[in-house]
Design a protein around this ligand. Structure first.
Ligand code: 4QG
Length: 325
């Protein structure tokens, strides 16, 4: 593909780095986000209007390759949705010595990731309530429905990529490995996703040529995320990731650590997400009507408030813990 583009220097789809604005005119970095969880992501301040955003920096960049172009195309063509992180624009900071930086400016999700929330609660001996879990999963499902309707597979759904706002909003982030579907089914023979959350058919696809997968790999990953929200970690997380990749297609579908602690509806929702044969696995539209998710319908406002309060409490606790050290 790269060489093909090289043959046609006036490809209109290609983003010319020269045409992008310098970010320094508008944005200044004020903080680091996620300490490497997402690559280089920073909190930025808009010098012109004082608004805050997140920036994902890709560097060093000398030309826009296929992957960056794919990410940019996905971000800029996707209509806004309350459960998908907003895209504010792309900038280029040139540097003739160390290589330039590409800046993807995105919506700031000040509540942090759902993984951070569960882990900090477990540290205090607390768990997320089922109703709050159903609200988070409801938001994630609506975000996924928006992506799938736009022919995009997320391919890296996990707690770290489900972010919260301090108002209790739920947003999907990180389309770095997403693929825009050019046909009903598409497979690329490149490594995608994070092992513990990966669907068996995606793993099979990477290892053999005659396998395929579709948008329902995101449903599997959401099922694993549901377990993560309850237990704090995905199944097999004590294993080496390479061993987990071997086990996932061979093991029976994973379940909650202590199913007796949770309602049957929750276990049943997870078992539906984790049907190993993706042809038999329900789609996102189907799961939005699942009884466990339906308990969040209509109670959105109350659950949003409850989640906002949890985030607030945990953030206060976190900053107290930090000052003690
Ligand atoms: C993003 C803000 C944690 C991450 C990508 C947006 C990756 C955040 C964030 O991260 N907002 C995360 C605050 C983002 C915290 C956007 C925090 C896009 N812990 O306070 Cl690819």
């Amino acid at each position: 593909m790269k060489s093909l583009f090289g043959l046609f220097p006036y490809n209109p789809n290609m983003i010319g780095l020269e045409s992008l604005d310098d970010p320094s005119d508008t944005w200044e970095i004020v903080d680091t986000i996620g300490k490497g969880t997402y690559g280089k992501v920073y909190k930025v301040n808009n010098k012109k209007d004082g608004s805050l955003a997140a920036v994902k920096i890709l560097d060093p960049i000398s030309d826009v390759d296929e992957e960056i172009e794919a990410e940019y195309n996905i971000l800029q063509s996707l209509p806004n949705h309350p459960n998908v992180v907003k895209f504010y624009g792309m900038f280029y900071k040139a540097d003739q010595y160390v290589g330039g930086q590409l800046w993807l400016v995105l919506e700031l999700c000040n509540g942090g990731s759902v993984t951070d929330l569960v882990k900090s609660m477990l540290k205090c001996g607390q768990r997320l309530e089922e109703a709050v879990i159903s609200y988070i999963l409801y938001g994630a499902l609506q975000g996924l429905q928006h992506l799938h309707n736009n022919r995009i597979i997320h391919r890296d759904v996990k707690g770290n990529n489900i972010l919260l706002t301090t108002e209790g909003g739920v947003k999907l982030v990180d389309f770095g490995v997403s693929a825009q579907l050019t046909s009903a089914r598409l497979r690329r023979n490149t490594s995608v996703g994070t092992p513990f959350w990966m669907a068996p058919e995606v793993i099979a696809c990477e290892q053999q040529y005659d396998y395929s997968y579709d948008v329902r790999c995101d449903v599997w990953s959401l099922g694993i995320t549901a377990i993560e929200l309850a237990d704090g970690d995905p199944p097999l997380s004590d294993m080496h990731p390479v061993k987990a990749l071997f086990k996932i297609p061979r093991n029976p579908p994973p379940t909650l650590c202590k199913p007796e602690r949770w309602c049957r509806g929750f276990s049943y929702f997870i078992s539906q997400c984790l049907i190993k044969d993706f042809e038999k696995r329900p789609s996102v539209i189907h799961l939005l009507e699942h009884p466990f998710i339906r308990q969040a319908h209509g109670k959105d406002m109350a659950l949003q408030k409850q989640l906002a309060e949890l985030i607030n409490t945990q953030q206060q606790y976190g900053s107290i813990a930090k000052t003690r050290i």
